[in-house]
Design a binder for this molecule. Sequence first.
Ligand SMILES: Cc1cc2nc3c(=O)[nH]c(=O)nc-3n(C[C@H](O)[C@H](O)[C@H](O)COP(=O)(O)O)c2cc1C
Length: 342
Amino acid sequence: MYAEALKDGRKIFAVAPMIDWTDRHCRFLHRQLSKQALLYTEMVVADAIIHGPRERLLSYSPEEHPVVLQLGGSDAGKLTEAIRIASEYGYDEINLNVGCPSDRVQSGTFGACLMRDGVHVASLVEAMKKVSPVPVTVKCRIGIDDQEPAEVLPEFLSRMIGAGADAIWIHARKAWLQGLSPKENREIPPLDYALVHRMKRENPHVFIGINGGIGDLTQAREHLAVMDGVMLGRAAYQNAGLLAGVDDLLGSGAVDERCRPEIDWLALRDTMMEYATGVIASGGRLHHVTRHMVGLFQGYVGARRFRQILSTDATRPGAGVDVIAAAFAAVDIEGGVKRLAS
Ligand SMILES: Cc1cc2nc3c(=O)[nH]c(=O)nc-3n(C[C@H](O)[C@H](O)[C@H](O)COP(=O)(O)O)c2cc1C
């Protein structure tokens, strides 16, 4: 996929892996809004796949394709075993997390702290490539702690490229492993887009995507003038309506910052009601689906009421899919579409 994208000059838009956020229900919703966005799972630790509830961790709906499994781990044996197990599930790509700064991840010596040891990460990528039937990619930071990004990042990338990584997604800020929470580590270390852009220019034959602080499709398009791909995390989750503009962005380059008038909101409502019916029938709760829908109607009259209904009524025990219908009914969809289009 990446090799062809590079050859054809086709750009990739990805929704970032986000623990507790980009679960299968979230991805199903996002897929209704964009056919082309590449959707990442939450990070799944290799050990959990080997010893834990595989089906719960790995299963997903066929509609979610293209979908990428992000793995956390630092042991080649465990990562390859996890890939063997996961290969039955038909993911389109395997991604290695070299960017997560949480304490839990550090104690397992994986995630961002692996930025210190490019040789080891390269050996992991090589091992993963040997067993993976699909592309193996890396998501990393520009450096950690006292590292000098302009020095360590080029070397880290050349090791990943040498190991055969099919693509590299770079979160354009350092992670400070001491003293900052994971949330602070997404906000406080400064973004260095220029460095990431330079990495792309210096590696024309390798797919390199950028992530971090990209707030809307206009900014995404600016990065795509240089980069092969953009990856949005919080903006895509909190304002999922923007995903409805992604296919146009990738096709014609057109950007519509508003929730696109062409979204067929009533069809989306019906699809999500049908989907939630299936989730409830198999033992899940309405809220598992609707919690990802809360940010859908930014800019619409009635958005507040929509949010309220989903965050109260949908969380009650035994809540049924009629709550979704009630929430959509609270929004002035036609008025919003007209207003946003004018
Ligand atoms: C709630 C949350 C959970 C996250 N979990 C992961 C994760 O599992 N794996 C990962 O590589 N990054 C994770 N991240 C980082 C994002 O993938 C992304 O790199 C970061 O949010 C910066 O992009 P943004 O500014 O577009 O949000 C998480 C971010 C958030 C907000």
